[in-house]
Design a protein around this ligand. Structure first.
Ligand SMILES: Cc1cc2nc3c(=O)[nH]c(=O)nc-3n(C[C@H](O)[C@H](O)[C@H](O)COP(=O)(O)O)c2cc1C
Length: 333
């Protein structure tokens, strides 16, 4: 580890705002995922790795300013640092006003969503819609960069139909003041179909001064490291749902015991329960449970049993019983 890496590690531990360009490489991040990367899940990922950079779910910049409920969605605890908030919207002043409040609340930086393909979002010129309105995209970045002390990053896709405009688009954002770009290796029109193409991301990196993170189909830490060679780091999204251990640098499928898994699942439930009523929590936690048990023998029956649970004492007992799966597995040697 060189001196500057050691310095930034201790600054990181002290919760200091470290500019993207000075963060130790590779930068490894939890991708923002609506309905998934709430405070409970972010804290679970933090328990797996203390250096993963955490992003919030995307949140509407206008809503943040006028709704207490939306604002609470971005609540975070000190252990989540480095914690970045992702906003979407199309009004530069809403971004800059939100950023000022978020700066006071202690977040590390603001990320602008320029990649969401949802029809409702794109129709309002939010998300991927901003890739077709470079002028507005740049004004959002400029306003945030000028209006507060936080760094502003952008998460986008390869482009609308293909990657032809990726380099000029990203260069405009860089000139407007963006400090980091993350690219999901699919175009808007692809949605989530096909395979992520990282080649245009490598080309972008060779043409840009600011750090670039790659994203799309990363299976785990080692896969991310391989795919992001030449880049500044990578983000993991879907692979982490029900499997946050993918952030371990020595992760191998089936390398995590069910004793450890069931303890973490229960911890995850309890963290979610801190901010939600029992009934709401039981329902919301199902999407995580479904993924936590994916791939085990009789997963369908186990899932049904867990989903049918009407009270949390029973649910937690059933989760604890999952640790017995270790005894059923063939032992090595
Ligand atoms: C359930 C779900 C919610 C998502 N929500 C967001 C979001 O709020 N903001 C965003 O930039 N991307 C969002 N994404 C896209 C991911 O951040 C990521 O770019 C995409 O899933 C590709 O990475 P992966 O192959 O590692 O999952 C979402 C993806 C999923 C599956």
């Amino acid at each position: 580890m060189n001196r500057s890496t050691a310095d930034s590690k201790s600054r990181h531990a002290a919760g200091e705002r470290i500019p993207w360009c000075e963060r130790p490489r590779p930068i490894v991040a939890l991708a923002p995922m609506d309905g998934i990367t709430d405070s409970a899940f972010r804290r679970i990922v933090r328990r797996i790795d203390r250096d993963v950079v955490l992003f919030s779910e995307f949140t509407n910049a206008d809503g943040f300013l006028c709704s207490g409920k939306i604002r609470r969605r971005l609540d975070f605890t000190a252990e989540e640092q480095p914690y970045f908030v992702q906003l979407f919207g199309h009004r530069p002043e809403s971004f800059s006003e939100s950023a000022k409040v978020l700066e006071q609340l202690g977040v590390m930086g603001i990320d602008v969503n320029m990649g969401c393909p949802a029809k409702k979002i794109v129709a309002s010129q939010h998300g991927s819609g901003l890739m077709r309105n470079v002028d507005l995209a740049c004004r959002i970045v400029e306003r945030v960069a000028a209006g507060c002390g936080l760094e502003i990053s952008v998460k986008t896709r390869l482009g609308w139909r293909n990657a032809d405009n990726l380099i000029p688009f990203a260069k405009s954002l860089e000139s407007a003041g963006a400090s980091l770009i993350t690219v999901h290796g699919r175009a808007y029109e692809q949605g989530f179909s096909g395979k992520a193409d990282w080649e245009p991301i490598y080309r972008l990196k060779r043409n840009l001064g600011i750090p670039v993170l790659g994203n799309g189909d990363v299976a785990d830490w080692a896969d991310g490291l391989r795919k992001s060679a030449g880049l500044d780091g990578f983000m993991i999204g879907r692979a982490a749902i029900g499997n946050p251990w993918v952030f371990r640098n020595n992760f191998r499928q089936n390398s995590v015991s069910w004793r450890e898994r069931s303890a973490l699942i229960a911890a995850h439930y309890r963290l979610m329960r801190e901010t939600k009523a029992e009934r709401a929590c039981l329902l919301e936690f199902r999407k995580h449970l479904a993924e936590y048990v994916r791939g085990i023998a009789d997963a369908k029956a186990v899932r049904q049993e867990l989903f049918a649970t009407r009270d949390e004492q029973t649910l937690l007992a059933r989760i604890e019983a999952l640790s017995g799966i270790d005894e059923q597995l063939p032992r090595a040697g």
